[in-house]
Design a protein around this ligand. Structure first.
Ligand SMILES: Cc1cc2nc3c(=O)[nH]c(=O)nc-3n(C[C@H](O)[C@H](O)[C@H](O)COP(=O)(O)O)c2cc1C
Length: 371
């Protein structure tokens, strides 16, 4: 029997299955406000029967965006835009859990849209970026301004204010972006954090700001919902963060009441990355975090089909999978996984006849409006 479609309790709520839409920036907002693109893009997943839909990285300040097209949650208008999209998804699928990823880009901010090259902006639209230390993200990137310790409480407050707006908008799953070389990750990694004050130096000191953010958000995020972090399990760089560091940080996070982890990888100094990319290449990091910390743990990164995903869950390497690019290509990834595994999946009544399609290798009865 497959386990991929088993429910997953996480904090105060339960996902209906172990498949999620990974957060994916769309670079299509105007002043951080979602629009028709976001409605159409996220709406494509309303009938998919996912356990959780994560919206893209949503930034807590204007200067904390990656690109001028990134979503934000520093105004009520942005929150109302997201609330409208959530209401429409729930009207199709009342059971799917809706998740947000709150982020600050740090030294990876002020970048152009990926389809325009994704390089640091050089014209009048560029803005000053900030980081724990005045060290650029990679070759060709500007040197960020090192944050003064006195500025950090303001950033914590920005995360808290955005978390409150996310709650008001109707999100149930809150994830902080602590991976991929953005602000929180740059505090954790010894490569990007060369501070000599209370926020750098030892591993404990590098964890301090990320823990301050997580503790403050935990306090405002209700226990009957769920709260976690995406972390880069490892930097894949000599002298970078290792899985030991991630496990140590995850244990601290467990101590402050975090409910789940979402383990990705990399993001610091991409041009020097030492990693062999292939199916499930990041799952070993998630496996260590799950085994050593003992909280529900997602894995992400080239999870290509239901069989692979079910093997990960069955063998206990991770509790759930997040699928990114596969979902962009195929919003009904979950249906194909269910058909391959002989499992039931959600299907809105309007689509029930899809089970009659010629060549479907499952009888129509496996389709269920709940499951
Ligand atoms: C278009 C695109 C946008 C992404 N944006 C984000 C993001 O906002 N936050 C994040 O943590 N990861 C982001 N990612 C990474 C994905 O969430 C995912 O971890 C990665 O693509 C690996 O999973 P996959 O092999 O299933 O695509 C993005 C990836 C893509 C392709």
């Amino acid at each position: 029997m497959p386990h991929l479609f088993d429910p997953l309790p996480m904090g105060g709520l339960t996902l209906r299955n172990r498949i999620g839409l990974s957060p994916m920036c769309q670079y299509s907002a105007v002043e951080g406000v979602p629009n028709d693109w976001h409605q159409v893009h996220l709406g494509r997943f309303a009938a998919a029967g996912l356990g959780v839909i994560f919206t893209e990285a949503t930034h807590v300040t204007r200067d904390g965006r990656i690109t001028p097209g990134c979503l934000g949650l520093w105004t009520d208008e942005q929150g109302e835009g997201l609330a409208r999209i959530l209401r429409s998804i729930r009207s199709v699928d009342p059971e799917v859990k809706l998740g947000i990823q709150l982020a600050h880009s740090g030294r990876k901010g002020s970048a152009d849209l990926p389809w325009k090259g994704g390089h640091p902006l050089k014209d009048h639209t560029a803005w000053e970026t900030v980081a724990p230390s005045a060290l650029p993200h990679d070759e060709g990137w500007p040197t960020p301004r090192a944050l003064d310790a006195g500025e950090l409480p303001g950033l914590v407050e920005a995360f808290v204010a955005s978390a409150k707006r996310a709650l008001a908008a109707g999100f149930e799953v809150m994830e902080l972006h602590g991976a991929h070389g953005y602000l929180i990750h740059t505090f954790l990694s010894p490569i990007s954090n060369h501070r000599s004050d209370a926020y750098g130096g030892t591993r404990e000191k590098r964890m301090r700001f990320p823990l301050e953010v997580a503790s403050a958000v935990r306090k405002v995020w209700p226990k009957d919902k769920t709260f976690g972090l995406r972390l880069s399990g490892q930097d894949y760089l000599d002298g970078g963060m290792t899985v030991d560091d991630t496990v140590a940080f995850a244990k601290e996070l467990k101590g402050i009441g975090v409910d789940f982890f979402d383990i990705s990888g990399g993001g610091i100094w991409p041009s020097k990355l030492k990693v062999k990319v292939g199916p499930g290449y990041q799952t070993p990091s998630a496996e260590r975090v799950k085994a050593e910390v003992g909280l529900p743990t997602f894995t992400v990164g080239m999870i290509l089909d239901g069989g692979q995903a079910d093997e990960i869950v069955q063998s206990g390497k991770a509790d759930a999978v997040l699928v990114g690019r596969g979902h962009l290509r195929e919003p009904f990834w979950v249906w194909r996984a269910a058909e391959a595994l002989g499992a039931k999946h959600f299907c809105p009544p309007q689509y029930l006849r899809a089970g009659e399609r010629p060549g479907a290798n499952v009888p129509r009865t496996v389709l269920a409006t709940k499951g």
